[in-house]
Design a protein. Sequence first.
Length: 246
Amino acid sequence: MTAGGVTPARADARRNRALVLQAARSAFEEEGLGVPLGEIARRAGVGAGTVYRHFPSKEVLFRAAIVERIELFTDTARDLADAEDPAGVFFRFLSSVVRLASRNKALCDALEAAAAGRFEPSPRVGQDFDDALETLLGRAQQAGAVRKDVGIADLRALLAGCLAMERARRGAEPEGGPDGRMTALMCDALRPMPAITKLPSRPGNRNETRCAMCGAAMTVARTGRPARYCGGACRQKAHRARGRAQ
């Protein structure tokens, strides 16, 4: 007993809780909310009863497993609130959230459900993330880089949709194009004027180059002048873009 009359949690109980939470993060990241509690108990090396003693339902455990991840996003957004180049900061932050969360099934499920109003990690955590994201959005709008009619609800829905599209594209076309293609299209849709979001280059084989317009892979010709575009459609788009810029 402590001086206040409260018995501290036993060391083994704290250890078991930490093991369950660690196993839950891993399992939910791989399989999402559909993973059985029995599988989490197996990964943690404890019995199902131990899991229920610390977390009375799978939803409670799921919330605990993702809260830390969302708080990390929130802290990053807060750190960027006064950074220079608000437009670049805003789009880089969105891209980072999608890149990191798209590989985490738990975050995908949580953000998708939250955008549809079916889930809230906790009143404080969810609101804190929205507030931090809305600050970055407002600064980017003041800089003229984002459409004025976009609100935080729109942004949450776009993030959830983009996560789903990135995962679907990766599963269907693992070699079908540069990583982040769907994210780039989302960012372009947020801009007030037609623009193209340039994806970071990634190393390829020496016999491959990419279309300057859409990023699709092209085979380098053995002779003649190297092509810049994958076909006539992209060539025409580039021509129209140059005309608007003049």
